[in-house]
Design a protein around this ligand. Structure first.
Ligand code: FMN
Length: 248
């Protein structure tokens, strides 16, 4: 059974964004996919206090549900992240979760996991949602396999033909990527050497300043996963996931 975790940035459980995501997940075989939806009001996420401890420790200092939410994302075989457009951006509820996942963007923490990005809007402002989420997820190491916005106008949300075509294409991609080992892509390959250089700089700085690199969550993650020893994310993922069973 493959797990799909759907994080919706809207509090409207029967709203447009959840409806768009459901058109896609309803097409997946229930015998093969277990789908879980999460809405902001289902989790208690405390505001980020800016202490930066998440870069030094694996866990946030707040006693909230962030860890649980992170576990659900990390355990999923495909992650769907979706938001309505609010003032040309994704919602504050989603931004809070993303802010509190910042150290993931220094460590490619999603490790090539297939990710689908969705948004819905009235008429416009979706580029700044889709492009931002695409960039953030890529920095987090997610392999973005589909991005789509559904607008009220031009009529996409209420357009059954449009919905069918788009949801079928995305469901097909989910069916494919859920069953193959984690993949890199051109954006991740471009990013990888820069992120590795930053991790190495952190280590060099710790040596120069005489403090222990073990305090730094990010470098430790690069070291302990073995990513630091590779020149490309693709080669790393291939070796890490090549033993994973492939069932298509
Ligand atoms: C506070 C707020 C801001 C919005 N800003 C925009 C916007 O900038 N552009 C747009 O086209 N629609 C905007 N909308 C409309 C929503 O994006 C649209 O109705 C969306 O499909 C709602 O999704 P939901 O039903 O899942 O909450 C906004 C709606 C709200 C409530």
């Amino acid at each position: 059974m493959k797990k799909i975790f759907v994080l919706i940035g809207s509090r409207r459980k029967n709203g447009n964004t959840a409806g768009f995501a459901k058109r896609i997940t309803d097409r997946l075989d229930k015998e093969k996919f277990e789908v879980e939806y999460a809405f902001p009001q289902d989790f208690n996420i405390a505001p980020c206090i800016g202490c930066s401890q998440c870069f030094l420790r694996t866990e946030c200092v707040s006693n909230d549900d962030l860890r649980l939410l992170h576990e659900k994302i990390l355990e999923s075989d495909v992650f769907i992240i979706a938001s309505p457009v609010y003032m040309h951006y994704f919602t504050a509820d989603l931004k809070l979760i993303i802010d509190k996942s910042s150290w993931w963007a220094h460590t490619l923490r999603l490790q090539g996991k297939p990710v689908v990005i969705l948004s819905t809007c009235g008429t416009n402002g979706h580029d700044t949602v889709i492009n931002a989420l695409d960039k953030l997820i890529t920095f987090m190491g997610g392999n973005v396999i589909a991005c789509s916005n559904a607008a009220a106008l031009p009529r996409q949300l209420g357009n059954d033909k449009w919905m069918q075509e788009v949801s079928e294409e995305i469901a097909n991609r989910i069916n494919k990527y859920a069953y193959i080992p984690h993949q890199s892509n051109t954006d991740l390959e471009e990013l990888f050497p820069h992120m590795k250089a930053a991790a190495l700089m952190q280590k060099a700085q710790s040596e120069e300043d005489g403090y222990s690199i073990d305090e730094f969550n990010e470098y430790i993650y690069w070291r302990d996963t073995g990513m630091i020893n590779y020149d490309s994310f693709d080669k790393y993922l291939n070796e890490k996931y090549m033993c994973k069973e492939v069932v298509v």
